[in-house]
Design a protein around this ligand. Sequence first.
Ligand code: NDP
Ligand code: OXD
Length: 315
Amino acid sequence: MSLLVAMTVWHVEDWRARFQALLPELPIVTLDEPFDRRAVHYVASWKHPEGSLAGLPNLAAIFSLGAGVDHLFADSRLPAVPLARIVDPDLTFRMSEYVVLHCLMLLRQQRRYARQQDAGLWEDDRHQPAAREIRVGILGLGELGQDAARKLKVIGFDVAGWSRSPKTIPGLATFSGEEGLDQFLARTDILVCLLPLTPETRGMLNRAMFARLARDGRLPGGPALINAGRGGLQVEADILAALEAGELGSAVLDVFETEPLPSDSPLWRHPAVTVTPHNAAMSAPETIAAQVAQQIRRLEAGEPLQNLVDPARGY
Ligand code: NDP
Ligand code: OXD
């Protein structure tokens, strides 16, 4: 019985060492060496090569080494075995830091003041709304969306959330499905996307959606987008066109259609765009490895897997 560590990014030997330390009884193999495909019972993957997990006859489970699982479903030959992902409070809290930071940066117009400081300009002639006047709409009310919503509320923002299934969350205005989307967008000044990338959500951050955001001028500069979900959710040409047309006032992007963001992308230099390099929320590799090791021990003890992914929903 062995664990196959399969990745196209990161240092596979570091991961082998982590797993070896945690699971000394289990041989750890990688795609870089010959290995017995019948012996592989578990796979730990982060962006494994397409088709590389086919032909593992005794595979019992695949573990995503991140919270997102779109990288698994990108493989058209993904084996039909249980899939589990990482759910980690540390990652969740870091994502909330990112969301709160950027909502406050937008609320307090911090980029404008930074530009003024660079120019030695003392200019305080603009309306400064309070957090309670600004409506934040969070797309996705899962592990990440719910924690960000709680923390934004503590600061005083007027927060709502949107999810696939209806939810009742004390103190939060909730909307669901296509039928709830119009109402949700119409009361949103800052749109925060914490959705997974699935066939249903791909490309939904587009110009038609931006046109449905609140238009009553509460946020100086106009409605804003923060996307820390996945780059495939956004249409970058539409973000640029909406900024140009004034339908969006600003965009904060942690994820991109192509990563790393190509050096000739106009997003890099756009004055109303903030770019971060897909690091809104990270887990310590040791924490991820420990969670996978614990899942393997659970399976070996006949206990059910935690943090299962539903292949029919794609998340
Ligand atoms: P969860 O699975 O816990 O939550 C997903 C949420 O999205 C749920 O509320 C779900 O609705 C909702 N959703 C999914 N599909 C739809 C749809 N078609 N329409 C409406 N709502 C939908 O995921 P997490 O919160 O843990 O993570 C979300 C994503 O964040 C990850 O998939 C990943 O892509 C990204 N991420 C980004 C990181 C970064 O550093 N930038 C770090 C970690 C994650 P329902 O509740 O009804 O199921
Ligand atoms: C993740 C990520 O999905 O870091 O964990 O994007």
